[in-house]
Each structure stands twice: as C-alpha cells, then as structure tokens.
Design a protein around this ligand. Structure first.
Ligand code: PRT
Ligand code: ZN
Length: 286
C-alpha cells in the first residue's frame, strides 16, 4: 500500500470550517461528519484526523499525524517539535495583556509583583523574561477574562480578535505580545515519500491563495494607449492583446493583485481603458 499523509485538523471550533474549506479548495475530497475521528481522502494520498487543536502539536511530534493546521499561538505554547511550513491567513488574532479599565498601566514593568491569569503560561513567561519582569502566572484553561473581576488576578493574557470580550468584562488591552493566525505545521522528520506528498499539497495551497489575492482583468483600449496601459499591468508575463473588430481598438487581458487593485483601475481609466471587467480566478498555477 502506498503512503498516505496524515493531516490533523481541529475537530470543532474556530479553525475547523476554514481548514476543511481550504483542503477542499485544494481538491481533496473527504467526508467531514462532526462525529468522525478520521476520514479517508478519495483522490489524494492523505487521510484527515479530527482532533482538539491543543493536542495536535503532540500528535505531530509523536508521528500520529504528519502535518496539522493550528493557531500559531498553540504551536508556540506547546513547545513541540515541528516546522512551520506556511501561514494560512485565517483565524487571525493576537495574544494580549489586559488589565481592569481603571487600573494604571505604564509599561511591562507595571506587571512586577502582579498575578496574571492565562491559558498561555509559556508565551507569557517568555514575554516577562524579555522584559525583566517578575510576575506570578496563574494558569487557567478557560474564561480567563473573568479572573480580575473575581479577584483571581490583577491582569490577564488572552486571545483578542475584535476586543469586545475585553470590553464587556471591563478590561483594557495594554500589550500585544504575539500575533497569530492559522499555520500549517509539519513533523521535522518526514520521510521522503510523505515530504513529496506535502510538497504537492503546499503547491496547491499556494495556488489557491494566489488566486484569492489576484483578479483577472479584461478591458478595451485604443491601440495608442496599449503601451502605457501595459506599463500599469505587469500581469503574469505581459498582458494578452487581441484586436477588436472596431478599427484602432484592442482588448487586453491581465492579472492584478488585489492590494493595489483600485489604484490600478483609476490609472487604467485615466489612460483611456473602457469596458473594464474584473473576474475572480479560481486557481492560479505559479
Ligand atoms: O476544542 P478545541 O480545544 O479544539 O478548541 P479551543 O476552544 O481551544 O479553540 P478555538 O476554536 O476557540 O480557537 C482556535 C484558535 O482560533 C485559537 O487557538 C486561535 O489561534 C484562533 N482564534 C482566532 C481565536 C480567536 N480568534 C478568538 N477570538 N481563539 C479564541 N478567541 C476567543 C478568545 O479566547 C476570547 O475569549 O474569542 C474571545 C475574544 O474575541 P473578541 O472578538 O471578543 O476579541
Ligand atoms: Zn483548544
């Protein structure tokens, strides 16, 4: 039997839906019922393991899984063997220190002698060491934000996304100690066959992500503007130019990055482009 790459993803929670979506966009076909632990992939040499996110780093270290999708915060906190292969761009958040709204806070030194409640003792300790702060870490596994209110700690360190949880609990964010997003992690010692399958998967993820950040652009332009428009549109190579039936006019096809998209459109219009169409790209093979 040929080798299968064992891919661990979160069984349920914030990472689950987008992890599944990304693998499916990469063409992997598998069943994803919430009650299952494992699913075979029909059309790619892989199987999916559905696990608690906190357990994934250990499973990767123990070779139960070869790769996994988890929050960078969890990967750093668990201090397990493994290599970050890719940042995946979803589940973005930050790990921050927060204190009661009324508390005075100047800098990290303010935390000296204080008690900090968190589910991330390793990351918080690193932060304290870097800042030469001596504080007591109180590890709790959930509802960290209520700790100051019930007298358990003077500060907390927790994941923040919109900030509304802190706000409703009368807390203010005073330090961001790490930024996080979903990452693809792999065991450091994959054999050659598994590594080759991983490379195929990474190639597909990159193609899917490149497609998401680029748009296919079609426009009409007078022939005397083609030169100037080509300067604005680098495209994957150079734009495709085809003549229109109307004398002196051409159609140009190109790819533009979403980051500078509106800026490009303004420039193109100013150069005489008309009938501009913007079309999503499904996959972009780099
Ligand atoms: O059951 P399992 O152990 O698998 O899941 P879990 O409950 O441990 O994790 P889950 O699903 O809540 O989060 C998984 C990962 O998503 C985290 O490790 C982060 O990398 C990432 N992530 C992104 C977040 C958030 N955004 C987030 N907002 N994880 C948690 N939160 C929580 C946070 O703990 C706080 O309670 O949301 C609240 C803050 O949100 P705002 O929007 O009010 O600031
Ligand atoms: Zn968890």
């Amino acid at each position: 039997m040929s080798k299968k790459l064992k891919i661990a993803i979160q069984k349920s929670g914030r990472l689950q839906e987008q992890s599944i979506k990304m693998l499916k966009e990469c063409g992997l076909s598998f069943a994803n019922g919430s009650s299952r632990l494992k699913a075979e992939v029909d059309n790619f040499p892989a199987e999916i393991l559905f696990l608690r996110d906190d357990d994934i780093p250990q499973y990767i270290e123990d070779n139960v899984a070869d790769i996994g999708i988890i929050g960078e915060n969890v990967f750093i906190e668990k201090e397990k063997q493994g290599e970050i292969i890719l940042k995946l761009g979803f589940a973005k958040c930050r790990l921050s220190i927060a204190v009661p709204k009324s508390a005075e806070y100047k800098d990290a030194g303010t935390l000296n002698g204080k008690k900090i409640a968190t589910s991330y003792p390793v990351i918080v300790q690193q932060f304290l060491n870097e800042n030469n702060v001596n504080a007591e870490i109180h590890e709790i596994s959930g509802s960290v934000e209520i700790a100051p209110g019930i007298g358990l700690a003077e500060a907390i360190c927790d994941i923040v996304s919109t900030g509304s949880t802190l706000l409703t609990n009368g807390l203010k964010e005073v330090e961001t100690i790490m930024k996080s997003e979903a990452i693809l992690v792999a065991n450091n010692n994959l054999d050659a066959e598994s590594k080759a399958i991983l490379d195929r998967l990474v190639f597909r993820i990159n193609s899917v992500n490149a497609a998401k950040s680029n748009k296919y652009l079609v426009l009409n332009a007078p022939n005397n503007a083609i030169e100037a428009i080509t300067e604005v549109l680098p495209g994957m190579k150079s734009p495709t130019v085809t003549p229109l039936k109307e004398e002196g006019w051409s159609s140009l096809h190109s790819v533009v990055n979403e980051n500078d998209f509106w800026g490009k459109i303004d420039e193109l219009k100013a150069l005489g482009a008309q009938g501009i169409l913007v079309i999503p790209i499904e996959k972009m093979i780099l």
